[in-house]
Ligand binder design. Structure first.
Ligand code: SF4
Length: 370
């Protein structure tokens, strides 16, 4: 155990990547980086992290900001629920903890959007406490190290891995380096498809390497197919080319974000057309007659965590220009960057403008694979 921990920490200090949140890892910076890195590649996160810190340099600035401003700075990063919870948690920290993130993992986990993993990362990296972390990279490293046959996403598998991660961090003497070392090893060496075992500091202790089972670890429980949800999207243009966006209610699909009008519908093509007509009627008399363009509307797919949205994109021209409450006109693509806009809306507008091909499907990004 001692040799293994020593080898990992030594390797981490030598091989770690320079990432903006690793300089001066204050609790706020570590927290922000961890939330942004969920489901998102690190190279995608970096510019967002830097811009976000310029706009909201500390927790007090984030708590004082409006949710609209926070969503606008998050725009394009996806999984917007993270931004809403981050903002709510910042306000809670100001109310309950006087504006300073607490070190206690239980107090951290009481904050919106902070689970056991994020609490462990903040406690260990920012406060140096021996708290474990377990993200996708750590699960992969530990399941190979132990040659674990339990599914890592089962309750029993998770329990076992948390216990192992806890044993390691308590034995480390440097919780921050140990936890970051495990994550970095998973990102750089113990990769999902082709682990570089010959370069790995843990190779002498790795049971999967000894058994030749690296490719079979980690074991995963069979995934349920995502639920398919057919939808209609309506791109309403004014004569000058401006596009109508609507603000979604705070909770629910794309909550708090601006998007083209969307409506769930039945699976048939007629169901989508009916939904688009209803949307057009609901946009109100200020727009005049909103007429759907004839012909077969193009389709795209958009993956959410547990849902696959299959979206028919209808276009319409508005004769009037008075947008009803909760809607606004956006004149050009550059204006979109200043609003919190759902990623699906960018794809819909690109498809409607002919800059994206029909049937294009988004992929989920692997977490922290760097
Ligand atoms: S020896 Fe190979 S499989 Fe084992 S932890 Fe290292 S990289 Fe992963």
């Amino acid at each position: 155990m001692e040799d293994l921990v020593h080898a990992l920490i030594t390797w981490y200090r030598r091989a770690r990547r320079a990432l903006p949140w690793r300089d001066a890892p204050s609790p706020y910076r570590v927290w922000l980086a961890e939330i942004m890195a969920q489901q998102t590649r690190l190279e995608t996160v970096q510019p967002y992290f830097e811009r976000f810190l310029i706009r909201f340099p500390d927790l007090a600035a984030l708590a004082a900001a409006s949710l609209d401003d926070v969503l606008a700075m998050w725009s394009g990063l996806g999984y917007y629920r993270r931004a809403r919870l981050l903002h709510r948690a910042a306000r809670r920290v100001v109310e309950v903890h006087g504006g300073a993130l607490p070190a206690d993992p239980q107090a951290l986990r009481a904050l919106p959007g902070v689970g056991r993993y994020t609490a462990g990362a903040i406690a260990s990296v920012a406060f140096g406490l021996p708290e474990p972390v377990l993200d996708g990279n750590v699960k992969r490293v530990l399941s190979r190290l132990l040659d674990l046959e339990l599914a890592v996403d089962s309750a029993a598998g998770e329990r076992r891995l948390w216990t192992e991660a806890e044993t390691l961090v308590r034995a480390s003497g440097d919780p921050s380096a140990l936890n970051q070392g495990l994550m970095e090893l998973g990102a750089l060496i113990c990769s999902p498809l082709s682990p570089a075992c010959q370069e790995c500091p843990l190779a002498p202790a790795c049971l999967a390497r000894r058994a030749g089972t690296q490719a079979k670890r980690p074991v995963r429980a069979p995934r349920r197919a995502p639920r398919v949800q057919p939808m209609a999207a309506l791109v309403v243009r004014r004569a000058d080319g401006a596009v109508l966006l609507r603000k979604n209610p705070p909770e629910g699909l794309f909550g708090g974000l601006w998007s083209v009008p969307l409506r769930a519908c039945a699976a048939s093509g007629q169901g989508a057309r009916r939904a688009a007509e209803e949307l057009a009627r609901a946009l109100g008399p200020g727009l005049g007659a909103v007429e759907l363009a004839p012909g077969r509307p193009p389709r795209l797919e958009h993956t959410l965590t547990h849902r696959l949205l299959r979206v028919r994109v209808f276009q319409a021209l508005a004769r009037g220009s008075r947008a009803r409450r909760g809607c606004r006109w956006v004149e050009g693509p550059e204006r979109l960057g200043r609003l919190g806009v759902a990623e699906l809306t960018r794809k819909v507008l690109a498809l409607a403008a002919g800059t994206k091909k029909e049937g294009a499907r988004s992929k989920r990004s692997p977490s922290r694979s760097g």
